[in-house]
Design a protein around this ligand. Structure first.
Ligand code: UFG
Length: 343
């Protein structure tokens, strides 16, 4: 007897085939700014996410209701072990961690505790579970003060703040784990994540907010006092610090491409994620003023400890290796999306 293609049986098996083709990714720190945008990116690619987040800095509202949220720290080995067993994810992407340069100078113990000790415990559990694909949120802060700009991946790594040091330590551990345990690892070194999903439903949200673009927008909207510019006596064209701002959805897309690349058996990747264009703090203030149609009030304050004067990426490797093409990272698009998400 032939198979009736419309029978319930075949329908069900097609259903399970579709499910099998859907990849589940465990997203640690998925309730945070970049993590929640990555969850959205996964969904736009038709894949599934399970979020693991202790909500110490993230927000449950940033996760869609249908996405499971497991509230636990990455260093909670027992909880992480049972999540990994239950979910059996195809890949783990780790956005969990502390991210403030200034705070890391004042409280290095917290940074080494969360960003190193807890992250290594998390890595151990990942290896133990048999998951083979790991994507790690690293940072341009691993390079320290650039000796050449744009910064390529082979640039010396001499972090000048504990935040950057903790990221570099985990990169080294992850590469050693890759060699010894067959883990496939991508370390993605973000330059300055900025902007928001174009539909305005997700936003850059930190408490307290310390990042330039949201602070400038809020100052321009009169929601907070004037912005303090951290120094105008740096060795840069206008004296204020220069950064490479990359749209958060372009950043998210690079994680997706990295997973695909690792699944094709590439063992380790270290990639810069930036645009190659640097903007000074003054240029950002002007861009925000243009989009808002009103001046951003600011004054010049002292330098912030741990800030390098200029961080601009060479992103050729990510473009070549991943086929990555950041399409939303023009400064006006970043600022427009950021403003939309805050108004
Ligand atoms: N800045 C100000 N005033 C403020 C806030 C920031 O002048 O109130 C300046 C900073 O000194 C810096 C620039 O604006 O020159 C950007 O500062 P952010 O705090 O927005 O971002 P950072 O460059 O300090 O750090 C960010 C991420 C890090 C990452 C780094 C890589 O938070 O995780 O980008 O470039 F490592």
């Amino acid at each position: 007897m032939g198979i009736d293609p419309w029978s319930t049986d075949l329908g069900l098996s097609l259903c399970s085939l579709v499910q099998d083709l859907t990849m589940t990714v465990l997203v640690a720190g998925g309730a945070g700014y970049i993590g929640s945008h990555f969850v959205r990116c996964l969904e736009e690619h038709g894949e599934s996410a399970v979020v693991l987040d202790d909500l110490s800095t993230g927000f449950a509202e940033a996760i869609p209701d249908h996405v499971p949220l497991v509230r636990c720290a990455i260093g909670d080995r027992a909880a992480v072990r049972s999540v990994l067993e239950e979910v059996a994810p195809e890949a783990v992407v780790d956005f969990a961690g502390l991210i403030q340069v200034g705070e890391s100078m004042r409280s290095p113990d917290r940074y080494y505790g969360v960003n190193v000790s807890q992250t290594i415990a998390f890595l151990d559990e990942i290896v133990r579970s048999g998951v083979k694909t790991f994507v790690f949120s690293s940072s341009a802060a691993v390079y320290g003060n650039p000796i050449r700009v744009p910064i390529d991946e082979d640039h010396p790594k001499e972090p000048i703040n504990p935040y950057g040091a903790t990221k570099l330590i985990v990169e080294m551990a992850a590469r050693d784990y890759a060699r010894a345990y067959g883990l496939r690892v991508a370390c993605l070194r973000y330059f300055n994540a900025a902007g928001a999903h174009a539909d305005g439903t997700l936003a850059e949200r930190h408490d307290p907010e310390t990042h330039l673009i949201p602070l400038a927008i809020d100052a321009g909207l009169g929601r907070r006092p004037e912005l303090t510019v951290f120094g105008d006596d740096w060795s840069t064209p206008d004296g204020t610090c220069v950064r490479d701002y990359i749209h958060v959805m372009d950043l998210a897309e690079a994680h997706w491409l990295a997973i695909e690349k690792l699944r094709n058996d590439t063992p380790t990747l270290s990639l810069n994620l930036g645009t190659g264009n640097g903007y000074s703090v003054r240029q950002i203030i002007d861009a925000v003023s243009d989009v808002l149609g009103k001046a951003v009030p600011y004054h010049i304050g002292p330098r912030r400890d741990g800030d390098p004067p200029s961080l601009v990426a060479s992103s050729n490797r990510a473009r070549n290796v991943l086929g990555w093409n950041p399409t939303r990272s023009q400064l006006d698009t970043i600022v427009q999306d950021a403003v939309r998400s805050r108004t």
